[in-house]
Design a protein around this ligand. Structure first.
Ligand SMILES: Cc1cc2nc3c(=O)[nH]c(=O)nc-3n(C[C@H](O)[C@H](O)[C@H](O)COP(=O)(O)OP(=O)(O)OC[C@H]3O[C@@H](n4cnc5c(N)ncnc54)[C@H](O)[C@@H]3O)c2cc1C
Length: 396
């Protein structure tokens, strides 16, 4: 039996049906059961090292899996940050002990991860973060606040950036830590966005103690760890048209145009064709980045191209949706779930050009690091962090 047949048969038998109006807890329980079964079948973490619970297979096999899985709505969104960002960073930078402890449970869906980077005063300029980690004997003591932390309310672990040395320039005194989200002193408060859902949170650290083994990478080399993770993040976000945005794919909008009798309109057809071409180009670009990464050549700054293109694709799809559905794209009749899902996807679209680094930030990265344009002036690059007027220090 070919690998493709194995994947196809397994998915046909094991993908759970979507349950309308399921609670968050029910969705997570379903996702965990599915992910464990996927791992037991030898189909989770296909290209991850076998030594730590992956399958050690090729990028071509991953491609086959993705092609077969595209026909399904896999319930795996809750694992996206772990599998797409934190896990790959642990594989890249973690010690043997960290890989042995965290990778297998992550691939089996037993433990959920979140990414604790952004703060109220440090988003695009995340190197200005003020959460502190102070060494106390064999442990670190963390105090501070994070914000916009996706999925923190469900997370077991987080990858945290904290300042460990304020006396050196801002990029040089940061460390990445693995944090137990159930540890004493961690408080998570959900934040609602304009769809009415709460996909992200604010997270407070109040004298949270971390063991020395919680450092991911080197002490004070957290910026390198952050850049490593952000590279994975951009590919992961750019590469996945997430379930939330499903109504905005070419296929679903073409179907909507047929159902609403708009498929013969020449403008609708032209726009749908352009959307299809953009979606296909991005999908091929992402495949290429993934294959290169699996072959040992990480995408680096080109992940920003995927991330930016993914966000712009959604905005293009929103315009096409408006053209096809008119007022139905903004408001819906009760009992019209398709229109409701479309409006929610449209409302969620602005987030796509902010999360994971804004479009402007991606353009800056592409200009400097892909196109080789001159660097933006950075007047604070060599100034000790303690002397910068950023975050709450701006008021000092
Ligand atoms: C849905 C969602 C999920 C998120 N999930 C997470 C998460 O899980 N973990 C996490 O740590 N963070 C998360 N974030 C936070 C996200 O990374 C930040 O919102 C983002 O980096 C922007 O930071 P900011 O909101 O502080 O905006 P700011 O940095 O204050 O930016 C404000 C505006 O200024 C522009 N700007 C800033 N600097 C420049 C510059 N140098 N050049 C040009 N323009 C500039 C920006 O493009 C933007 O338009 C999430 C955000 C969203 C929307």
């Amino acid at each position: 039996m070919s690998f493709r047949d194995t994947v196809r048969d397994w998915l046909a038998e094991n993908v759970p049906k979507t349950v309308e109006n399921a609670s968050a807890e029910e969705r997570i329980a379903t996702a965990k059961r599915f992910q464990a079964a996927l791992h037991d079948a030898g189909l989770a973490g296909l290209t991850w090292p076998a030594e730590y619970g992956g399958q050690g297979r090729t990028a071509a096999d991953q491609q086959v899996f993705d092609e077969e899985a595209a026909a399904y709505d896999l319930p795996t969104d809750v694992f996206m940050i772990g599998m797409g960002m934190c896990g790959p960073t642990i594989v890249d930078l973690g010690t043997h002990e960290q890989k042995a402890r965290y990778v297998r449970p992550l691939l089996r869906g037993e433990e959920i991860w979140c990414q604790l980077f952004s703060e109220p005063g440090a988003g695009s300029d995340v190197a200005s973060l003020q959460t502190r980690a102070v060494r106390d004997g064999e442990t670190w003591v963390v105090n501070g606040q994070k914000v916009w932390t996706s999925g923190a309310q469900h997370a077991d672990f987080g990858a945290l950036l904290a300042r460990t040395n304020p006396d050196v320039p801002k990029h040089k005194g940061i460390t990445m830590f693995i944090v137990d989200m159930h540890a004493p002193g961690v408080t998570v408060r959900p934040l609602k966005d304009m769809t009415g859902q709460a996909p992200f949170n604010e997270v407070f650290f109040d004298n949270v103690r971390l063991p020395a083994g919680a450092v991911l990478g080197e002490v004070d080399a957290g910026w390198f760890a952050a850049v490593t993770m952000l590279g994975h993040e951009r590919v992961s976000i750019g590469g996945s048209v997430r379930r939330r945005y499903d109504p905005l794919t070419y296929a679903n909008l073409a179907d909507l145009a047929r159902r609403l009798g708009r498929a013969r309109d020449p403008v609708v057809r032209t726009e749908l064709a352009a959307l299809y071409a953009a979606e296909r180009a991005l999908s091929l670009f992402n495949t290429r980045l993934r294959q290169e990464a699996d072959a040992g050549s990480p995408p680096g700054a080109r992940g920003s191209v995927a991330k930016l293109a993914g966000a712009e694709l959604l905005w293009r799809a929103v315009r096409v949706a408006g053209l096809i559905a008119g007022v139905r794209a903004a408001a819906w009749d009760e009992g019209d779930p398709a229109a409701e899902e479309l409006a929610l996807a449209i409302n969620a679209t602005p987030a796509s050009s902010i999360a994971g680094g804004t479009n402007q930030i991606q353009r800056g990265i592409i200009g400097e690091r892909v196109l080789g344009l001159p660097k933006e002036p950075q007047v604070d690059r060599d100034v000790p962090f303690r002397e910068l007027r950023v975050g709450t220090q701006a008021k000092a």
